[in-house]
Ligand binder design. Sequence first.
Ligand code: AP5
Ligand code: ZN
Length: 218
Amino acid sequence: MRLILLGAPGAGKGTQAGFIKEAFGIPQISTGDMLRAAVKAGTPLGLEAKKIMDEGGLVRDDIIIGLVKERIAQSDCANGFLFDGFPRTIPQAEAMKEAGVDIDFVVEIDVPDQMIVERMSGRRVHLSSGRTYHVVFNPPKAEGIDDETGEPLVQRDDDKEETVKKRLGVYHEQTEVLVGYYSRMAAAGDARAPRYVKIDGTRDVGTVRDEVLAVLKG
Ligand code: AP5
Ligand code: ZN
């Protein structure tokens, strides 16, 4: 199964991706996690991406498309994968189409902007795995500590309120068009079109999870 999780920053893509990858045994491909790993490793890509990410902008399409193509060519992607935070622009979506990468499901997690800022301010992450928590809505077993590794949790550099607002603006300007792009493709019903599903992401983590998994299990 190949699927795309679409939604605003903080909608819960990473959180739901964790459940989907476990339920279906497919890798999660988060371009945000890949970029944060490059930043941490101090690679040339990381150095270039850090400034853009901290400002809430988007990293160049050609760089992202190259990263993703390389990643999906790896053997663990042979039976499918889950895109989290990709595609984020029409050129990124078109690049997958041109590469013959057919998608089975596009799952949109819909959350209004007002709720996003609250979610981001309480977010804590385990950087090396991408596991995500919230101090109130989805707390770790021990405060500030990752459940699986016992390592410390951190706040993301781009979770400052100002940057979150900028990221929301970028989402509405450049990424939200993909809602129309994929739902039109689904409605046209050609054999290569994905199924498009919109989920109300304002409910608690477990309720959203149950609905997402029920839809995917058909
Ligand atoms: P990326 O890492 O993809 O960030 P994002 O899309 O902005 O999304 P987030 O990770 O912030 O949110 P999420 O939807 O995963 O929510 P989460 O599950 O964590 O990208 C970061 C940057 O990298 C971009 O700004 C850009 O610069 C660059 N980049 C990445 N991909 C790119 C691309 N393709 N092209 C160009 N540039 C790219 O949840 C948020 C919080 O809410 C957590 O604390 C969580 O515990 C909590 N929560 C989740 N669900 C619920 C719920 N149902 N109820 C209550 N709380 C919840
Ligand atoms: Zn995420």
